[in-house]
Ligand binder design. Sequence first.
Ligand code: NAP
Length: 320
Amino acid sequence: MKAPLFHRLALIGMGLIGSSIARAARAQGAARSIIATARSAATRRRVAELGLADQVVETNAAAAEGADLVIVAIPVGACGAVAAEIAPHLTRGTIVSDVGSVKGAILRDMSPHIPAGVHFVPAHPVAGTEKSGPDAGFAELFVERWCILTPPAGTEAAAVERLAAFWHLLGANVETMSAEHHDLVLGITSHLPHLIAYTIVGTADELSQVTRSEVLQFSAGGFRDFTRIAASDPTMWRDVFLANKQAVLEMLGRFNEDLATLTRAIRRGDGETLFKQFSRTRAIRRAIVEIGQDSAAPDFGRSHPELPHLPLPRPYAAEE
Ligand code: NAP
C-alpha cells in the first residue's frame, strides 16, 4: 500500500461535499487521519455516528491544528470568517483549500487571512446532487467529474500538484484556471440553469389558471427535471448568486436576448428559427453524453415500470 498523500486531513463542514470527501479519502487511503468538524452539534454527532472521520472536534481551530490539508466545505458566504478563525492555527507548509461553487469571492474573502508559508489552493469539484447534509454524501460522487483548481498567481506549483493528486485519487479529473474564468464558465453551465429552474418552478406554482395538483400530475412533460435542480440547498444557492453577481448578470443579459429571439420566432410563426436552434442544442446534449458527463439511457436514465398485461376492453377485444 502506498503512503497516504497527507498526514492529517481537516474537513471543516460535513454536508454533502465534506462528507463525500471524507468517505472517498478514507476509501482511497488519501490521508493518514481525517479530522472533521461542523457548525452544529447535531451534524458533529451524526458524523461521529456514521464514523466518517477518525476524530470529530468542536471547533474549526481544533480541526486546523496540525493538519497538512485543510478543506473548508461550507457555503461560500461563510468561508472568509472561517479563514480568519483558523489562520492562527495553521502550520507552515499546510495547504488550505475549499470547495465553493464561486471562486472570485473565495479568493477575495479567504486569501487575506492565509499566513505566509501556508499554501492557498481554492478548488471546486463540479459534482453534486440536490441533497444536503452528512447522510447525503457518498464516496463515488467525484468519480469522472471535474475538479477545478484556481490557485492565485504566485502559488507554489508543488502545492497545486499535491492537491491535484488528492482529487485524482478521489476519482476526479483536474483542470486549473483563473478564478475569474471559472466564474464565467460556471455562470453559464451551473448558475444560470439553477436560476432558470428556480424561476420556472416558482412561476408554475403561482399560476392561477393551472392548479398545483395539475402541475404535479403532469410534471413528466419536462417540469420535473427542473424541479430536481430547484430542490437544491437554498443557503448554498443564495450565496452563489450573491458571490457571482457580475458573471451571472452578464450571462442573464445574453440569455434574455436569446429568449427574446425565440419569443419573436414563436410570435411570427418562424418555424425555421426554432428548428435551427433546437437542432443545435440537441447536438450539445449528444456531445455531453459522448464525453461521459451523463447517461445515454432514455429519459435521463430513469427506470420505467413494466407495461401492465390487461385484457382489451370489450368492444375492441377479438371474439373468441
Ligand atoms: P451542505 O450539505 O448544506 O453542508 C454545508 C455544511 O456547511 C454543513 O456542515 C453546515 O453545518 C456547514 N455550514 C453551513 N453554514 C455555515 C456557516 N455559516 N458557518 C460554518 N459552517 C456552516 O452543503 P454542501 O452541498 O456540502 O456545500 C458545501 C459547499 O460546497 C458550498 O460552498 C457549495 O457551493 C459547494 N459545492 C456544492 C455542490 C452541491 O451540489 N451541493 C457542488 C460543488 C460544490 P451544519 O450541518 O452544522 O449546519
